[in-house]
Design a protein around this ligand. Structure first.
Ligand SMILES: Nc1ncnc2c1ncn2[C@@H]1O[C@H](COP(=O)(O)OP(=O)(O)O)[C@@H](O)[C@H]1O
Ligand SMILES: CC(=O)N[C@@H](CCC(=O)OP(=O)(O)O)C(=O)O
Length: 299
């Protein structure tokens, strides 16, 4: 019978596994929340690698919780239907027609696609959204924007955009530690009835905080937080992150991302990393090798 690959390659593989041991021990039984952004999902091969990483974590004794986005996919569906969409402070202004599409795309097609990839990789994923088991209840979100010329402040009504108000971890507590992998769509029930569209980063931060996660990883389509010359900033403190938002270095979709990191750290999450989800096996690289990736934000 022929060997699957040369002996020296097998040794190399064993070496790699042995080197992952201290990292596996560090995360043994810990909750790790991984937010999988819509921009990072584009390529099917990368999605399969992502699913393998999540299943491997579960197999290694970590409790991964996946929260997914789908901004570009919602945008494509809205365009197909001729519905215009605008953003304020990185959040989609969401009217009644839009919130229905958001729920359909996020809790429907994307959620089940990710569940499918994880199950194909040998895992047992369960797709849920914030409405299930009253997991996440949201209140209406508003934002105050300052006109850069006149400096006049204006309160923007974002429509059916919500911010997590309460998180009930009862359903997740039943799922975690039983070889099941929760995959969560960021759609929530409004405190006063109805449905809210919640930014996926914000949703992931609320889940990580409520579960007392050890790590929150935000997978996106850039290497991390970039400075004005587009160079990766490997480490940031909360104060430095606030300053970069204030001076405009951090803008658009990166604003809710960094705000989420700050919130999660304040809730007790030990470390938060923004990294490029298009890099194959980004999750394993970050958690199980010495080669940290992206921007690590700490207190
Ligand atoms: N300082 C910054 N560093 C990196 N990306 C930034 C920065 N400021 C704004 N961005 C933008 O934020 C985007 C990531 O946010 P978003 O599009 O919401 O991603 P996702 O769909 O993964 O949540 C980047 O593609 C980039 O265009
Ligand atoms: C309020 C708000 O902006 N909600 C987002 C929800 C999806 C999301 O956050 O997806 P990404 O992580 O891929 O950006 C939206 O409608 O696009």
């Amino acid at each position: 019978m022929s060997e699957p690959f040369p002996a020296n390659e097998a040794h190399l593989q064993a070496e790699v596994l042995a080197r992952a041991l201290p990292h596996m021990q560090r995360y043994d039984d810990a909750v790790v929340v991984v937010k999988y952004g819509g921009h990072a999902m584009g390529n099917e091969d990368v999605a399969r690698h992502f699913a393998q990483d999540i299943v491997l974590l579960e197999q290694a004794g970590v409790n991964p919780v996946v929260v997914h986005g789908g901004g570009p996919q919602i945008g494509a569906m809205l365009e197909k239907l001729g519905i215009k969409s605008q953003f304020a402070a990185g959040l989609r202004i969401t009217d009644k027609a839009t919130v229905e599409i958001v729920e359909m795309v996020l809790a429907g097609s994307i959620n089940k696609q990710i569940v499918g990839f994880i199950n194909e990789a040998g895992g047992k994923a369960i797709g849920l959204c914030g409405k299930d088991g009253n997991m996440v209840r949201a209140r209406k979100a508003t934002r105050t924007l300052v006109d850069p010329d006149s400096k006049i402040e204006q309160v923007v009504d974002l429509g059916f955009v919500g911010e997590p108000d309460t998180v009930d971890t009862m359903v997740l507590d039943q799922i975690l530690g039983r070889e099941l992998i929760p995959v969560l769509a960021p759609v929530a029930a409004a405190v006063d009835g109805g449905t809210y569209n919640v930014n996926a980063d914000t949703f992931a931060g609320a889940i990580a905080g409520a579960l007392g996660a050890k790590r929150l990883l935000l997978l996106t389509d850039v290497p991390g937080v970039l400075d004005t010359s587009k160079t990766l900033i490997p480490k940031l403190t909360i104060a430095e992150a606030h300053a970069l938002i204030a001076d405009g270095t951090i803008s658009g979709g990166m604003i809710p991302k960094v705000e989420t990191c700050i919130y999660a750290l304040e809730q007790g999450v030990e470390g938060v990393v923004i990294l490029d989800g298009k890099v194959p096996h980004a999750v394993l690289l970050e958690l199980l090798t010495d080669h940290g990736a992206g921007t690590l934000i700490t207190r």
